[in-house]
Write a protein that binds this ligand. Structure first.
Ligand SMILES: Nc1ccn([C@@H]2O[C@H](COP(=O)(O)OP(=O)(O)OP(=O)(O)O)[C@@H](O)[C@H]2O)c(=O)n1
Ligand SMILES: C[C@](O)(CO)[C@H](O)COP(=O)(O)O
Length: 229
């Protein structure tokens, strides 16, 4: 396998957390949340380099250009997560070919486990790529406008999507560009690939690979950080 790069979208505003500081720069267990994420990714022996996607007005990025002896590059993202991922894919070094796999991992998922990254790499590189996720474990309800349950949805074959997600660079660029041109906002890379006719492999990962989304998630992430690696 060619050297594997990881694109890390980190250009979000963290509006659901609230406050002036984007969530990736809020303190988590003594350092900025994003530092935990990039530390875990750079420490992974099968990851060759990181491409961190920053907001155009980001004045908080600490200027890290190397971690664990691996290059850390940055570029400027866009208004939506998909725009930022596309910008990151375009900014990867020339040595990353169109047919090479790349990982995409949210800056906001600091608790990702090395063993899950390995499982994704081992399972999904045989085909067109895939993503970490977990099958739904709870009964799923459809709510009406009043917040009352009107229907119990089948939970079979339903998964929650996590990151990292891993696809071939060229195929993912084309898929994201197509969704953008069609005016479709894709919430993850797999959605763009599905729309392009691919069938991303769902690889079960640990439920504790949470996305820090609200202020309450910081306490949980801090707890999980000490128990995952
Ligand atoms: N225009 C955007 C929006 C999001 N992201 C990144 O995508 C990841 C997952 O997105 P999400 O949790 O939705 O982050 P935010 O967009 O920051 O959150 P919110 O929707 O609450 O503003 C985060 O690492 C975030 O920084 C990005 O790079 N560029
Ligand atoms: C990509 C993602 O983490 C998969 O669960 C998620 O969709 C990104 O967060 P958002 O809230 O949808 O932007």
């Amino acid at each position: 396998m060619a050297p594997l790069w990881c694109v890390i979208p980190a250009a979000g505003r963290g509006t659901r957390v609230g406050g002036d500081c984007p969530k990736q720069y809020l303190p988590l267990a003594g350092r900025a949340l994003i530092m935990h994420t990039i530390e875990r990714l750079a420490a992974h022996p099968r990851i060759a380099g990181l491409l961190v996607v920053l907001a155009a007005d980001d004045a908080r990025w600490p200027g890290v250009d190397s971690l664990h002896g691996k290059p850390v590059f940055t570029t400027i993202g866009g208004g939506e997560r998909a725009d930022s991922v596309l910008a990151g894919l375009r900014a990867l070094p020339i040595g990353v070919g169109a047919g090479d796999f790349v990982l995409v991992h949210d800056a906001a998922r600091p608790c990702v486990r090395a063993t899950d990254i390995d499982r994704l790499l081992d399972a999904a590189s045989a085909g067109d790529g895939g993503l970490l996720g977990a099958p739904l474990r709870d009964t799923l309800k459809r709510a009406d406008e009043q917040g009352c349950s009107r229907l119990t949805e089948p939970r079979e074959h339903r998964w929650r999507a996590f990151t990292p997600q891993m696809f071939r660079r060229g195929q993912l660029v084309v898929a994201l560009e197509a969704a953008s041109q069609q005016g479709v906002l894709v919430s993850d890379e797999a959605m763009a690939m599905e729309r392009a006719g691919y069938a991303p492999l769902l690889v079960e990962g640990a439920e504790d690979n949470i996305k820090v989304t609200t202020a309450a998630d910081f306490a949980l992430a801090e707890f999980l950080l000490t128990r995952t690696a």
